[in-house]
Design a binder for this molecule. Structure first.
Ligand code: SF4
Ligand code: SF4
Length: 148
């Protein structure tokens, strides 16, 4: 997944990935890895890191989830939510299968409000093979009620 860094975003040094490898499960990776969203990438040492770190594809090299930029307080391996900004107006939210409850947490509402303040207008929620689009100009509660 291509992601962009908003002008006011800086990767925070106090937010290392550590044992979190959640993006290697929740986000689909294209050629040559071919890993579908919602399944652990075959190159992932779960809870440790990438087995082909030096040779990992460009889309893995350039991805930083929004937590690393300071959005939200709970690291994705605990929240089961990975968020990436794909354009100045569009963010993707990747959920672990069966964890739509994560959308109903108060912290998640705070995150959506922060994205709205950053002028993000469109949210795509991806959960395995399912995806749903939301307009962030509409009430945030609509998105939080999603049963995806
Ligand atoms: S989801 Fe975020 S914190 Fe977790 S491994 Fe990926 S980039 Fe690092
Ligand atoms: S290639 Fe490595 S960094 Fe990329 S998704 Fe797979 S395990 Fe993660």
């Amino acid at each position: 997944m291509k992601n962009v860094t908003l002008s006011d975003q800086r990767v925070r040094e106090d937010r290392p990935c550590g044992s979190c490898t959640m993006c290697c499960k929740l986000i689909g990776i294209g050629e040559p890895i071919n890993s579908p969203a919602g399944s652990w990438c075959k190159e992932c040492e779960i809870g440790s890191g990438c087995k082909i770190y030096e040779a990992r594809p460009e889309e893995c090299r350039t991805f930083y989830c929004s937590w690393k930029f300071g959005l939200g307080t709970t690291r994705p391996d605990k929240s089961k939510v990975v968020i990436g900004v794909v354009s100045l107006k569009h963010a993707m939210i990747f959920l672990d299968v069966g964890r739509s409850d994560a959308l109903r947490k108060t912290e998640f509402k705070t995150i959506l409000e922060a994205l709205r303040r950053k002028r993000i207008e469109k949210i795509t929620v991806v959960c395995g093979s399912k995806r749903e689009n939301f307009n962030l100009k509409k009430p945030i509660e609509d998105l939080m009620r999603s049963a995806i």
